[in-house]
Design a binder for this molecule. Structure first.
Ligand code: KG4
Ligand code: ZN
Length: 342
């Protein structure tokens, strides 16, 4: 089965063609980051308008790359939520209409299920069951995954998501949006021992997270380090970035270890934008090897938003005989645990 995947939930237009027998045939991404940077974050109306401009040319480009034409598609999968409503509507209406016009099924895909399954696009994918850490700009969740659509939420952030915390801390240090990769880069030059940031909620049982206190801690630390002109010297900036990254990564690793122990499972997958973070991958590799467990993740460009994960996730549900009705489905909020099993 050959599926066109469309992702427009936030600030990246992603399109891909996945073939259930041959694997990924082509994928392309247009990032709106440069446009939103000027405003320090995603401007929803601008995001929607840009998806309108970029989506159809990107579909054409991906079909050309895959060397197929529209008539050779068997289905269309589009991100139906969660995300920005205007942005979602662009992909949902285009995807649904395209499938209707071609007389093929459409599948409304949950964005976080897409992220969750992205490591399946790599060689040696994990086998069910496993524990998943979903860390994106909007979500931080630990999930027990027994099969596609069988998700048990083990814990989640009570306030900011991990990616959001990275972005806000970056803003406090005067870095551009999105700050996650910039903090990570700065942290490479930092001294991880100069400042010690808290590891929120690790001193009590449970698998929930809270990252908003780290934000305040970052702000106070930064303000204490400013000179009379309000400037922070470059080494101190790097040291703060390193201490912040260390605290987030350590907190995530402590909870992942706890989740493996509580479930008795020996496989951990990480997905979502923050799973591209090198320090997180290294810390978790060390943790899982001590636990005699295995860590799985996608290549960096499939950690952040992309069309391939949507094509893949949609394809799995379509292969199981599911398909969405004629509704143009766009849901800004959509709990993953409400998805049907295969
Ligand atoms: O999954 P994603 O592309 O979009 C959402 O579904 O939210 O995640 C984007 C988030 C942003 O907050 C970004 O700063 C963060 O992932 N991010 C990173 C890194 N790359 C992306 N955070 C830390 N280190 C990175 N290398
Ligand atoms: Zn995402």
């Amino acid at each position: 089965m050959r599926v066109l995947g469309i992702e427009t939930s936030c600030d990246e237009t992603g399109v891909a063609v996945y073939d259930s027998e041959k694997g990924l045939l082509a994928d392309a991404l247009y990032s709106q980051v440069a446009m939103h940077t000027e405003y320090g974050g995603v401007v929803p109306e601008l995001a929607s308008r840009d998806h309108v401009r970029k989506l159809i040319p990107l579909i054409r480009e991906v079909l050309a790359d895959a060397d197929i034409d529209l008539s050779e598609l068997d289905a269309v999968a589009y991100t139906a939520g969660p995300g920005l409503i205007g942005a979602l509507m662009v992909g949902a209406s285009t995807g649904r209409a395209l499938a209707l016009g071609l007389g093929i099924p459409a599948m409304a895909v949950h964005h976080m299920e897409g992220h969750l399954l992205a490591p399946m696009l790599e060689e040696n994918p994990p086998a069910f069951p496993f524990v998943a850490l979903l860390v994106s700009g909007g979500h931080t969740q630990l999930v027990r995954v027994d099969a596609i659509g069988q998700y048990e939420l083990l814990g989640e952030s009570l306030d900011d998501a991990a990616g959001e915390a990275f972005d806000k801390a970056a803003k406090m240090l005067g870095l551009e949006y999105p700050g996650g990769p910039l903090i990570a880069k700065l942290a490479e030059q930092g001294d991880r021992t100069r400042f010690r940031f808290p590891r929120p909620m690790t001193d009590r049982p449970g698998l929930d997270f809270s990252f908003s206190g780290l934000k305040t801690f970052t702000l106070n630390t930064a303000n204490n380090c400013r000179d009379e002109k309000g400037v922070i010297d470059p080494q101190t900036m790097a040291d703060i970035a390193a201490a912040f990254e260390d605290a987030v990564v350590d907190t995530l690793a402590i909870k992942c270890r706890r989740a493996l122990k509580e479930t008795g499972l020996k496989q951990l997958i990480i997905a979502g934008g923050v799973s591209a973070n090198r320090c997180l991958r290294e810390r978790l590799e060390t943790m899982v090897s001590a636990e005699k467990a295995q860590l799985y993740y996608a290549r960096p460009r499939f950690c952040t938003d992309n069309g391939a994960m949507i094509a893949y996730a949609g394809c799995q549900r379509l292969l199981a005989g599911q398909q969405s009705d004629l509704t143009i489905l766009a849901k800004p909020r959509w709990p993953m645990a409400s998805l049907p099993p295969l």
